[in-house]
Design a protein around this ligand. Sequence first.
Ligand SMILES: C[S@@+](CC[C@H](N)C(=O)[O-])C[C@H]1O[C@@H](n2cnc3c(N)ncnc32)[C@H](O)[C@@H]1O
Length: 205
Amino acid sequence: MRQRCVTRGYVGSSAWIAICVWGAWVGVGAGTTWAQENSKPRTEPDCVFVPTPHDIVERMLEMADVRKDDVIYDLGCGDGRIVIQAAKKRGCRGVGFEIVPELAQKARADAKRNGVDHLVEIREADLFQADMSEATVLPMYLLPKMLKELKPKLAGLKAGTRIVSHDYRIPDVKADKVETLTSRETGAEHILMLYTLPFQEQESD
Ligand SMILES: C[S@@+](CC[C@H](N)C(=O)[O-])C[C@H]1O[C@@H](n2cnc3c(N)ncnc32)[C@H](O)[C@@H]1O
């Protein structure tokens, strides 16, 4: 390393300044492009709709100890079943984000049909753009790559916020509780992981 620095020392100082200015510009430019690309709202779903069976939803709500004063955010809410069930059974407010227009419409219609449209708000929007600062509980059923991308944002949520992730874990975060259970509705096995903010880091496998 030292040898390389000495060799570079032969370049004139004004040339060095020019190189540094160019490097900084390219670096900032590249950073801006990356940031802009990543802040652009998506228009296509990052995964398909696979509903969580209602009995598994119930266990997710139990694990997070959802109460009336909680605010539930379901990022990728599908037909809105989690926020609707939470509002119906526990009387809490919920916000669902869904990028597929037909699913968002169904979620709104189901909330109305179940008499909880005053508690449930469905936003047809990209979940990666969501302002979730008011959330106290986040049920999640998203792919590992999505959880990885969301992790920095989730890590910034207020202390005491609970996240229950269905089937996929948040990478390198220690769960408070892990449960494996079989749905009476579908006969399929599900894994649920409860996390409470602030995250406790876990070493990579
Ligand atoms: C596996 S389903 C889970 C649905 C619901 N949370 C449940 O557990 O029953 C994931 C949902 O996320 C939606 N989705 C995928 N990418 C999205 C994005 N970038 N923004 C908003 N919704 C998205 C899909 O359309 C799908 O409905």
